[in-house]
Design a protein around this ligand. Sequence first.
Ligand code: GDP
Length: 451
Amino acid sequence: MKNVGGYADVLVGLQYGDEGKAKVVDFLASEYDIIARFNGGANAGHTVVSAQGTVKLRQIPSAVFYPDKLLYIGSGCAVGVVQLAEEIRSLQEIGISLEGRLYVSSRCVLVQPVHMHLDQIHGKEIGTTGNGIGPCYADRALRMQDGERVALQIRDLLDDGASALAQMHKRYRAQLGTMHGAETQVGVSMQAWSEAWQLVQSYVTDDPLFLVSRVQAGACVLFEGAQSVLLDVMYGDQPYVTSSHTAPSYAYVGGDLPCAYHRKSIGVAKAVMSRVGSGHFPSELGGARSEQYCAEAARNGTGAASERASFDAAELLRSNDAYKQGIALRMLTGEYGTGSGRPRRVGLLDLTQLADVVMLHGIDELFLNKCDCLVYFSDTPQACIPLLAGRGKDRDTVNFPAFTLDGEGIPFELQQILEFIEAQTGCRIRGIGIGPERHQSVYFNETLIGA
Ligand code: GDP
C-alpha cells in the first residue's frame, strides 16, 4: 500500500504508567487532526490541567480542549458504556461538547456488568482498577461458552439492542447466583446501562474505514496509548501487567489503520519513576521493603492523608535509608493512584531499562516529565541526583549535581542530565515537564539539545 495522504504518530508511556502522557498529547494535539485511542478502557486515567479546569479522562482521548480535533476510540478498546456516558456528561458540564467530534468504533468490545463484577473479585491480586477490562478481553478471546456468546461488541447493540442487553442481563444474573439482593443489583446496573447507551450510541461509527478514509484524504492522526509499554500483556512481566497490548505497533491493530501510515513513535517517561501494585521494579527505592509496605498500604487503604499524618517527609528525605527516601519522595511528589489513592512505589530513573524499551519499540523521540521532582534530591544527605545506568557489573547509580527551578530557563545541571539521558538511550528529548500544568513544560526545537 502506498503511503499517500496523511500519516500517523504513536505516543506511548515508556515505564509503568502515569508518565504524564495526557499533558504531552494536549500539547502535541495542535499538530494533528485526529487523536485516537487503540487499547484499554476505563482502566486508564489521564489528567489534563487547563484554564477550563482539571479534567480526568478515562476513555476519551486527551485532546478534548481543541474543538477542531476529532477524537476516535478504535476497535482495540474495551468500552465501558456507563463510564463513557459519565465522561461525556462531565465534559458537557464544563462547556465541552463532543458532538460531531467523538467517534467510537462499533467493533469495540463491550465491558459488561459481569466483567466489572468478576474484575472486582479476581483482579485484587494483580491490583487491577476493577473496571472489568481483563475479564472483557478474556471473553473477547473466548467468544462462546456453553453455546452462548460471551463477548459483545458495540455493533451487537446497534443490530439488536434488546437482545444484546438481555444477554448481558442473563449472564450477570447467572454470575450473581443466590447472592443476597442479586435481582436488585442486576436491575439497577442494567437500568444504568440502558440509559448510558441512549447517550453513547449517537457517538458510534459503524464505518470500519473511518480513520483510513480520513488519513487517505490527508488527515494526520496521533494515537494515544493507555497504560505503558512495560505493562504490555505480552512484553511485560506476567501476571502484573495490563490486559491489553500497549506497544506502539499495536496502535495499527487496535486503531483501525494500516501500519503503512506510521511516521514516528513518541515515548513519554518520567524523571522519578513509580509503579502502582506488585511486579518487577528494579530501580525501586527501598526494594522489596518498599514493595511490601505499598502492598500492605493498598490492602489497609493507607493513602496520602495517613502518610502525611504518620511521617515527616523532610525528615525522611534526610535519612540515608533509600526506603525512607522513597516514602518522602512519594509524599512530596504526590505519587498515589489516580482512582484508588494507593501509594505508588517510587524509584530512580532507570536508564538501562529505558534504553531497552526505546530500542525494542523503536521510539523516535522522548518527552521527560516530572523533572521538577528531581529537585527534592538536593535535600538528601548525598545532595545529588542519582540515575541508574549501565549493565551487568557496571550497573550502578550515576550522580548528578542537584539543582533548583527558581530561575529562568533550564538549569545547567538539568541540561547535563538530559544530555546524559539522550546519550544513554540514543533518543532525542523533545520536551520536558517541570510541573503538572500546561505551561509547566519546555519544548525543544528539532535539534538534539546535546548537539
Ligand atoms: P498518564 O496519562 O497515565 O501518563 O498520566 P497523567 O497524564 O494522568 O499524569 C499523571 C500525573 O502527573 C497527573 O497528576 C499530572 O498532572 C501529573 N504531571 C504531568 N506532568 C507533570 C510534570 O512535569 N510534573 C509534575 N509534578 N506532575 C506532572
